[in-house]
Design a protein around this ligand. Structure first.
Ligand code: S3P
Length: 437
């Protein structure tokens, strides 16, 4: 459980844990590469630990040399051993979908299971195109849901027009494509995050990117790499949002990933009138990295939709919190994908924010928020969804009364020690209010 209360003006300069998407990929690619991959800045969150756990079950030697440093001793695709037990992906959609792509063209049999939330997430979106490549996969409701079983087989490359902009679908098929005969191409309706395309070349693999189309040739071998993981902009978003809901606040996040397929949240906040300074300071493993500062100020409502959505898909719950403090109407549309995240994030965001007095309506493909509203405080629930838990805790920083968020263990999935960052904000208050966190 986390309790938060209204904060006074504060200034905070800090870093956030490593990027979740990049951490997953570094362990996966290291495990199918030949040689020793060294990863720094790894996210020790529950989801990425599930990825490590699954590859260890397949005989890959993975050492954690510090909480955020990982050494992976890969022996190539052929080095994967048949696991004796089901591979447990926990709560992680990225682990299961990318792993399916790797296993589909391997020479082993494996079963995949996850938690209750994974059991509700659609797997048909990867199972169907994988079957078109020749994959042998079975599972509940004809392979639409976990548990799944996959028997590695010979694959042929395909040209696949994905109906959804999903980096998990794209990455799954590209990973299967590495073992397929011929070319594998994925075309997306709009571009999803491109970490796979950026990281594969660091492992010696050639990938061709043309607008919304990504291709690679089968039969390529990966060789070990050094990966420095930038801070996760999706985690940074919660702290940056705090600067927007607390009058007089300012937050700077250093060493954060600035990949343009992920910075939609900064664009959306800028559209709402937020004062944002962005300074790119370098490139880590083909990923732009830098410093972002957000300063409190008046915000206006905006319409967020279209190609912006895949670039901020994980940030919509916290964007909704910010929108409660913006003047006028904020419309979030074209975001049906939210319904198949860790929870139905349209429903959970709307229901939980309503408990605090927000004026927010659910729509078929998003939500409509009216602001500004003085949030009342109260009791709400993460529903086991890390991003809902954090969004509600940040809402509490602007609420009249204390906000109590239940089931916040889930936050460990992506942002271990999130609560310490709230403590840091409290300690950095310029003028302390009577009642604090
Ligand atoms: C991810 C892709 C996104 C995102 C998830 C991580 C990834 O999911 O929501 O948190 O690492 O590829 P979709 O591919 O389902 O959009």
């Amino acid at each position: 459980m986390i309790r938060t209360s209204r904060l006074g003006p504060f200034r905070l300069t800090t870093k956030v844990p490593g990027d979740k998407s990049i951490s997953h990929r570094s362990v996966m690619f290291g495990s199918i590469a030949e040689g020793v991959t060294e990863i720094e800045g790894f996210l020790p969150g529950a989801d990425c630990l599930s990825t490590i756990h699954c590859f260890r079950q397949m005989g890959v030697e993975i050492e954690r040399t510090s909480p955020t440093s990982v050494r992976v001793k890969g022996k190539g695709f052929a080095g994967l051993a048949e696991p004796r037990v089901p591979l447990d992906v926990g709560n992680s959609g990225t682990t299961i979908r990318l792993l399916l792509g790797i296993l589909a063209g391997s020479s082993i049999f494996a079963t995949l299971v996850g938690d209750e939330s994974i059991g509700r997430r659609p797997m048909g979106r990867v199972v169907k195109p994988l079957r078109r490549m020749g994959a042998v996969i079975d599972g509940r409701r004809d392979g639409s849901y976990t548990p799944l079983a996959v028997r590695g087989s010979k694959l042929t490359g395909i040209r696949y027009e994905s109906p959804v902009a999903s980096a998990q679908v794209k990455s799954c098929l590209l990973l299967a494509g590495l073992k397929a005969e011929g070319m594998t191409t994925v075309i997306e309706p709009s571009r999803s995050r491109d970490h796979t395309e950026r990281m594969l070349p660091a492992f010696g693999c050639q990938v061709e990117v043309r607008d919304r189309e990504v291709s690679l040739a089968g039969g390529q071998h990966l060789s070990a790499a050094r990966v420095q993981v930038p801070g996760d902009i999706s985690s940074a978003a919660f702290l940056l949002a705090a600067a927007l809901v607390v009058p007089g606040a300012e937050v700077t996040i250093e060493d954060v990933g600035l990949n343009p397929t992920r910075t939609g949240i900064l664009d959306a906040l800028a559209m709402m009138g937020a004062k944002i300074q962005i300074e790119e300071t370098g490139s880590w493993c083909n990923e732009p990295v830098g410093r972002v500062t957000v300063t409190a100020g008046e915000l206006q409502g905006a319409t967020i939709g279209g190609e912006l959505i895949p670039r901020l898909i994980d940030e919509i719950p916290i964007l909704a919190v910010v929108a409660t403090q913006a003047k006028g109407t904020t419309v979030i549309k074209d975001a049906e994908e939210l319904k198949v995240k860790e929870t139905n994030r349209i429903a959970t965001t709307v229901n939980e924010l309503r408990k605090l007095g927000a004026k927010i309506e659910e729509t078929e493909d998003g939500m409509i928020i009216e602001g500004p509203v003085v949030l009342s405080g109260g009791r709400c629930d993460s529903h086991g969804d890390h991003r809902i838990g954090m969004a509600m805790a940040i809402a509490g920083l602007a609420a009249e009364q204390e906000v109590i968020v239940e089931h916040t263990e889930a936050i460990d999935v992506s942002f271990p020690r999130f609560v310490n960052k709230i403590h840091e904000m409290e300690l950095n208050q310029i003028r302390k209010l009577g009642k604090t966190y």
